[in-house]
Design a protein. Structure first.
Length: 133
């Protein structure tokens, strides 16, 4: 398909800003939530590769809005929110991922999200802030 050829050319020529824009257009035109999530994940991965961490997280968040159990988006968002210690936001993201149980892959993502939420909670109990409450 023509967009795949353009994608390959942009990647080969290291024209990453244009590649990100291509993925953004692909996300806007996506016919399904899964296609939109995939395009946002790709944009997020390229943004992260070129050092645009905030843009990458924004793309990954949009991917999770489209598909809350998208593991390729869940991990970087989880890491960014944990780094900021934005526990309330992180729990919402993980809870949304954990509430989807339609397929085997989604059940695995849900179990992973619940495990991450439990680990986050356990970690927060060990933090100095928790001990001062």
């Amino acid at each position: 398909r023509p967009s795949a050829h353009l994608e390959r050319l942009l990647r080969d020529k290291s024209r990453y800003d244009e590649l990100i824009a291509l993925y953004a257009r692909r996300a806007e035109a996506a016919g399904t939530r899964e296609d939109r999530a995939l395009a946002e994940v790709l944009a997020g991965e390229v943004s992260a590769k070129v050092g645009k961490a905030d843009d990458a997280v924004a793309h990954f968040r949009r991917a999770l809005d489209a598909s809350p159990y998208e593991l390729r988006a869940l991990r970087p968002v989880r890491d960014a929110l944990a780094k900021k210690q934005a526990w309330a936001d992180l729990s919402k993201v993980l809870e949304a991922a954990g509430n989807r149980r339609n397929s085997a892959c989604q059940r695995l993502a849900a179990a992973n999200a619940h495990n991450l939420l439990a680990a986050m909670f356990a970690s927060s109990l060990r933090s100095p802030l928790a001990s001062s409450m």
